[in-house]
Design a binder for this molecule. Structure first.
Ligand SMILES: [Zn+2]
Length: 263
């Protein structure tokens, strides 16, 4: 396809494929939810077959408890049976994928020191899914590569679009999770606070969590959450600004009897 045709196609798609994120940002959307769910589920199977799943039943129960408390309070269209898996990987990482999948690396539990801090990270990851950041990223990759229809996308490693999908889902080679762009990260931070607070977790714990993350990244490892994230101080200031809005959500949740005790 010539460059001009590609540009025109891109413009046309821009006109037809628009959506709005939960925080009101307009989004380019060329793939539908069913396609993203399928890609997410396929990618998750791939990660499970490549990675090592933790058999620690106590840690699995803990991560599942925190995840369920959050997913049970999602808008109706996102409720269902989320699959939650703990991966035996020492990096402080977690991810959520369309198709109702959550993965937590065991290394995250050293940085997220209590259930509210773990809920901060899971809330952030689930917020990426609810805000359809993956679909948005796949869509802009499609425009860049002149791909007109989501129907031609395939996760099959032999296909040319496989890398595009994995990148869109935030997964690099070997299941390494990659950070989203800055606007996506800030949106996931703030919307993630809403999600954890509605489950009855304490959003104030997001502050020590991100401080722990920053301290943990002092070594040679850079967790997903820090590589392209807002500067830790900017991030904490943004979270603090949001507290007035999210603390009432926690209070309402607790008044309704939602007081997670995951350990
Ligand atoms: Zn993120």
């Amino acid at each position: 396809m010539s460059r001009t045709v590609r540009l025109l196609a891109g413009l046309l798609l821009l006109l037809v494929g628009c959506a709005t994120s939960p925080l009101g940002r307009s989004q380019l959307m060329l793939v539908d939810d069913a396609q993203m769910d399928q890609m997410g589920a396929q990618a998750f199977e791939q990660l499970k077959s490549e990675g090592k799943l933790s058999t620690d039943s106590r840690k699995n129960a803990y991560v599942t408890c925190v995840s369920r408390a959050i997913t049970n309070q999602l808008p109706a269209e996102f409720q269902g049976s989320w699959e939650v898996r703990v991966f035996d990987d020492d990096t402080a990482n977690a991810f959520a994928l369309p198709g109702q999948k959550i993965g937590v690396h065991i290394g995250l539990l050293k940085v997220a020191k209590n259930q509210d801090q773990l809920a901060t990270v899971i809330g952030h990851e689930v917020a990426h899914v609810l805000a359809k950041h993956g679909a948005e990223r796949v869509s802009s990759q499609m425009v860049a590569q002149g791909i007109l229809s989501g129907a031609s996308l395939a996760l099959d490693p032999s296909s040319s679009t496989s890398g595009l999908i994995l990148q869109g889902l935030g997964l690099g080679a070997g299941g390494v999770t990659m950070a989203y762009g800055r606007s996506h990260e800030s949106e996931a931070d703030l919307y993630g606070l809403d999600l954890m607070a509605k489950a009855g977790f304490d959003p104030r714990q997001s502050i020590p969590l991100w401080e722990n993350m920053a301290a943990a990244a002092g070594g040679d490892r850079a967790p997903e959450f820090l590589s392209t994230h807002p500067h830790p101080e900017t991030r904490i200031a943004d979270l603090q600004k949001r507290m007035g809005q999210v603390l009432p959500l926690m209070e309402q949740a607790r008044a309704a009897g939602r007081r997670p005790r995951c350990g």
